[in-house]
Design a protein around this ligand. Structure first.
Ligand SMILES: *Cc1c(COP(=O)(O)O)cnc(C)c1O
Length: 451
């Protein structure tokens, strides 16, 4: 790594980032989509293939998870308008947000209760289909719901699936794999919440715990998996499959917007704010959205002030060759899904010219937004998911992003803009833990602990 002073000269935002201050950062390397896609290793064809695969598995998903029947076995979340929350933004944060404010409730996705139900489940299904083809488990034209028959389940039991996780990826991979019949090992980092480990153990998942951070859990999981030819390791940092599973959200969102009679074009830009950990979920979703809406969608990631790994990797151009610890941050945050010290280089590479920018947010704010949403819209999200609100609150007022709007000729169009806050998790959080969170939020408010 170059020395810190040199890095700060190259990327002045790091001066505030290393002090764990909230920042808005605009990506100066962003280009138009036509240019961005030149030489890109993935494209809409790959996403369409992923979508078709999910359709093939829909009968099996319905068989195991009857709650997906209303959507014919597809795992998809509601898109809802949250005008009362928008009003709260103005009252409590002096936000000058204009346009419509929507919430994409991946917090309520079936099976895993988080955004990981997109990528994680897709990856396990892809691996399963590979085994089905290799071992000719299904006859010509036979429906995939037969994969739930006892002898098929027994077949999958010879195979192991392993993953390193801060919590939610483990939940998603663990639950789907256990239900399909696999032996599953989830390697959990120290940040992972107890209730997530307990829930997995109830599904019969082998949960191993590590003292260190996410990077260590991944390293151990990979090493163990490599020793066993019948074990498959889900690689959160480099997996194209996970990424494509997330990207399927693009076309589906377009359809949902159409149902709400919302058009996205040059006059009516779309802004999307997504919490970011290692980068796979926000990167994949953004990639899918950029294929559909091109230059009319503006994607922003949000990370905790102590774990802004993607911002660091992108602003320095060093990707995974730099960690938040290298600049003196702890990497520790209450947002367990975002407690990642080193970003995915694969995602950073694809996002380099597509991402509009990033925001960072303090942990105390996550609780505040969580309480705001509960009070105004009666929707519960976990703290990690609440990071996304920071983008919508700040987009119109931070000097950095205001300049972005100006340079992209968007200022006069903001009245007609649509803002989507991507709510990435929360519906599986047990009631008693929700109360702990909400009490913590109330206590912070009393102490004046809010910024
Ligand atoms: C995993 C996760 C994210 C971010 O996804 P990455 O692929 O790690 O960037 C955001 N929010 C929640 C709730 C998550 O579990």
């Amino acid at each position: 790594m170059e020395n810190l002073e040199a890095l700060i000269r190259k990327a002045p935002v790091l001066e505030l980032v290393r002090q764990a201050q909230e920042v808005a950062w605009v990506n100066s390397e962003k280009t138009c989509m036509a240019e961005s896609m030149r030489g890109c290793e993935l494209g809409q064809d790959d996403i369409d293939e992923a979508e078709a695969r999910l359709l093939r598995f829909a009968p099996l998903i319905q068989r195991y998870f009857p709650e997906t029947q209303p959507q014919n076995g597809l795992i998809e979340s509601p898109l809802v308008e949250i005008s009362a929350m928008k009003k709260r933004f103005r009252q409590n944060y002096g936000s000058s947000l204009v346009g419509r404010l929507l919430l994409k409730e991946d917090s309520h996705l079936a099976i895993a209760g988080s955004v990981k139900a997109r990528g994680g489940i897709y990856e396990v299904l892809k691996h399963t289909e590979d085994l089905v083809v290799e071992h000719q488990l299904l006859g010509q034209g036979e429906s995939y719901d037969r994969l739930g028959d006892p002898e098929k389940k027994q077949f999958f039991g010879q195979y192991t699936i392993q993953v390193g996780s801060t919590g939610n990826l483990g939940l998603s991979i663990g639950i789907i794999s256990a239900v399909l019949g696999y032996h599953v090992v989830v390697h959990m980092s120290a940040d992972a919440k107890q209730w997530k480990k307990d829930l997995l153990r109830r599904y019969g998942v082998d949960v191993r715990e590590y003292q260190g951070d996410y990077g260590e859990a991944v390293k151990n999981g990979r090493a163990l998996s490599d020793l066993d030819p019948k074990s498959y390791f889900v690689d959160d940092e480099n997996s194209r499959n996970l990424f494509l599973g997330y990207a399927v959200a693009g076309k589906r969102l377009k359809k949902q917007l159409e149902e709400l009679k919302i058009t996205v074009d040059a006059e009516r830009p779309l802004f999307v704010y997504i919490p970011c950990g290692v980068g796979g979920a926000p990167g994949g979703i953004s990639f899918g959205l950029k294929q559909v809406f091109g230059d009319h969608v503006h994607c922003f990631f949000v990370e905790p002030v102590q774990a802004p790994c993607m911002l660091l990797g992108m602003a320095t151009g060093l990707d995974n060759a730099i960690s938040v610890q290298d600049i003196g941050l702890s990497g520790e945050t209450q947002a367990d899904g975002l407690a990642v010290g080193r970003p995915s280089a694969f995602v950073g590479g694809i996002m380099r010219t597509m991402l509009s920018g990033e925001f960072t947010v303090e942990d105390a704010k996550l609780y505040r937004y969580m309480k705001d949403l509960m009070e105004t819209e009666h929707i519960f999200l976990e703290p990690s998911a609440c990071a996304a609100f920071q983008g919508a609150v700040c987009i119109n007022s931070e000097p950095e992003t205001k300049r972005y709007l100006e340079e992209h000729d968007l200022l006069s169009r903001m009245e007609h803009a649509v803002h989507i806050v991507w709510a990435t998790g929360g519906s599986l959080v047990p009631q008693e833990i929700r109360e702990v969170y909400l009490n913590a939020a109330a206590a912070l408010e009393q102490d004046g602990g809010y910024v």
